[in-house]
Design a protein around this ligand. Structure first.
Ligand code: HEM
Length: 72
């Protein structure tokens, strides 16, 4: 089962974190959990990250993590 610390947090670069800090902290479990639905939507349509979409498998991993109850 996917967990935030091990599987999700490492997907976010320092650049992602810095650019998004005005809205939430991508290196914070609580923040990503709280904004997970918005994050997933942006990832899915390829609008985020701003410099190039994630490959589909990565978006699927994020989605799986959500479906499994967003484990820490
Ligand atoms: C995986 C990494 C990223 C994720 C998951 C992400 C997610 C999001 C989300 C959910 C929003 C909407 C926030 C809100 O309105 O409350 C947003 C907005 C925004 N993000 Fe990111 N972001 C990422 C990386 C980046 C990067 C690298 C940039 C580089 C410039 C960036 C620039 C922006 C900007 C300018 C906005 C506001 C404009 C807009 O809503 O499109 N983000 N992002």
């Amino acid at each position: 089962m996917a967990g935030y610390e091990e599987d999700i947090k490492p997907l976010f670069r320092e650049l992602d974190r810095d650019e998004m800090e005005w809205a939430f902290d991508l290196w914070s479990y609580e923040d990503v959990k709280e904004h997970a639905q918005d994050i997933l939507e942006r990832l899915r349509v390829g609008e985020m990250p701003c410099d190039g979409p994630w490959p589909a498998e990565r978006v699927e991993l994020f989605e799986e993590w959500m479906e499994e109850g967003m484990q820490p």
